[in-house]
Design a protein around this ligand. Structure first.
Ligand code: SF4
Length: 282
């Protein structure tokens, strides 16, 4: 049985940000079935069985079209996950917009990753569809768990990345990840003054003012995850969109709707999106 690094619980519904490159646009609509008020998420028991049988150590609360803080039963699902998957490490991948307001729940996770591409309001608006930049400094002060920042790099913020990393380090952040949009082969002039201190699965890792910075490349990375989609489909590919690139017969899916989902995806040519619009989610 192949080893998996982590498992994702994917939420779907309206978001409080409007990223033009949102991963949800690449996933068939049927897999983005609204689940923000469904407890537990569809096909929960099958997901739990997969995680336990495969001895997966980490479960991530994240989303295809929305932010996990918008899930109505976030606290309850954290408790249920700890009950059903004893010893599991729980993390959240969030845009951070609600993290300060939900700090008590935020601190119930074991660690957090916040998607933040810049502190500049105008650039943030270009990349996240809103000019309200989350208060990362406030979050870091209130957080009792390790926090990492994930920064998409594209034409809007590439020129600001070095300054952004200095700002993050000044706030005391210990870990950051830079990532290009999925399928984006453009090279941006970032980290040119720095030499990698090491590599993680082929990705260069830098030490910048005491902060570990990984330049992550989804196209070449070999991490593996299982994914509980909002409609109950369970997929076995790190890259969410690839779940729908392969024939349904090749997928070990447990949802009764899974084959139809994959069939629909092929029929709709759901993956024919421009490379500029591709990324992984928060
Ligand atoms: S990428 Fe994340 S934060 Fe942005 S719109 Fe999609 S779900 Fe919301």
């Amino acid at each position: 049985m192949p080893r998996y690094d982590f498992a994702n619980i994917l939420f779907a519904g309206p978001c409080n940000r409007f990223c033009p490159f949102c991963i949800g646009k690449q996933v068939p609509d049927s897999a983005n079935a609204y689940n923000l008020d469904i407890f537990p998420p569809r096909n929960w028991q099958s997901f739990v069985r997969e995680v336990n049988d495969r001895e997966i150590g980490e479960v991530v609360f994240t989303g295809t079209t929305t932010d996990p803080h918008l899930y109505a039963y976030e606290e309850e699902l954290i408790a249920l996950a700890r009950r059903d998957m004893p010893g599991i490490r729980l993390s959240i991948h969030t845009n951070g917009a609600l993290s300060l307001r939900k700090m008590r729940v935020f601190n119930m996770y074991d660690r957090a990753c916040i998607s933040l591409p810049t502190f500049d309001k105008q650039t943030y608006a270009h990349m996240m569809g809103s000019s309200k930049v989350p208060d990362l400094a406030g979050i870091l002060v209130a957080a009792k768990i390790p926090v990492k920042v994930s920064c998409v790099v594209n034409e809007h913020n590439a020129h600001q990345v070095d300054e952004f990393l200095q700002q993050l380090a000044a706030l005391g952040l210990k870990r950051a990840v830079l990532r290009r949009l999925f399928g984006d082969r453009r090279e941006f002039p970032v980290l040119l003054r720095h030499t990698p201190a090491s590599y993680y699965r082929g990705n260069p890792v830098y030490n910048i003012n005491g902060m570990e910075v990984t330049y992550w490349n989804f196209d070449t990375t070999s991490s593996r995850s299982i994914n509980l989609f909002a409609d109950g489909t369970i997929g076995l590919d790190y890259l969410l969109v690839r779940e729908f690139e392969r024939p349904a017969e090749a997928l070990q899916l447990h949802s009764g709707t899974a084959r139809q989902v994959a069939k629909n995806a092929r029929e709709q040519n759901a993956l024919r999106f421009s490379t500029e619009n591709r990324t992984q989610n928060v």
